[in-house]
Design a protein around this ligand. Structure first.
Ligand code: THU
Length: 134
């Protein structure tokens, strides 16, 4: 596969913020997943009055890709409305390690900050399929 178009994926993540449902935090996060098949799946965070039921944008996008039958995630872009590019929560790090272990993750904000990391950067020494002999 040729080099993924990270800039386009970042733009898709920014567009995905429109799909965020965040009436409690007003913190709108967008995520976009690129699969090996070349498809892009979007996600925004979806909150709930019962706060812990909230799901992050990253997981919405990743689960959308898996729900569509995709299994190889090449890249994931996440945009937060923060001063610097924020990094995913612990739950999302665990999900990324499981479902997008070979991906490149682009973290960005709305004013040009951008950082590229790997799942292993985000969750070093993590518990994954290997511990279960998979
Ligand atoms: N959130 C995400 O969607 N992704 C992150 O990486 C960090 C946090 C959401 C969860 C909640 O809806 C809001 O941001 C505030 O924590």
């Amino acid at each position: 596969m040729t080099q993924p178009d990270y800039a386009a994926l970042a733009e898709a993540a920014i567009a995905a913020r429109e799909r965020s449902y965040a009436p409690y935090s007003h913190f709108h996060v967008g995520a976009a997943v690129l699969t090996a098949a070349g498809n892009i799946f979007l996600g925004g965070n979806i909150e709930n009055a019962a706060y812990p039921m909230t799901i992050c944008a990253e997981r919405v996008a990743i689960f959308s890709a898996y729900a569509a039958g995709e299994r190889e995630i090449v890249a994931l872009a996440v945009v937060t409305p923060t001063d610097d590019a924020a990094s995913p929560c612990g739950a999302c790090r665990q999900v990324i390690l499981e479902l997008a272990p070979r991906s490149i993750i682009i973290l960005l904000n709305l004013s040009g900050a951008r950082r590229r990391v790997t799942p292993q950067d985000l969750l070093p020494f993590g518990f994954g399929p290997a511990q279960l002999g998979r």
